[in-house]
Design a protein around this ligand. Sequence first.
Ligand code: SF4
Length: 144
Amino acid sequence: MAKTPINPSDKAKGNVERLITNYCKNSGTTTHPDKDVTEGVALGLAHHIDTLGRPLCPCRFYPDKTEEIKHRTWICPCDDMTVYKYCHCLLFVTAEGLPITEYLPADHEGRSTYGEVKDPTPDKGRALRGKAAEREIERANRKS
Ligand code: SF4
């Protein structure tokens, strides 16, 4: 059966647009050069705002989304972004459309997928950079 296309509200789409614009500016990242990539992620985030009340990352599987939003781990911008500046959805990337992987732990899937991608604006973003140890404990416990 064909999947029903998601159709978020204008309000949620506006919220996500502002989130993306502001976070690109604050983090020194850019949206993906392929507009379809950005649009797909933005629609998913807006859908989650409409259905869950929070911009839960749309690029992951959650056994229980209502349970998941009690943690801030995958609320956009997620912990991987605010700690490591890594966006696995490719929403916040370099001008070449690559996710920044420079700060990820060596065993992180982002490093094996993309190799080392340097941060072109190291003076920006990573507001929670001091929480890497906590993030790693959580990542090991939750396997994500
Ligand atoms: S990976 Fe993180 S920063 Fe990227 S879209 Fe998902 S929640 Fe947002």
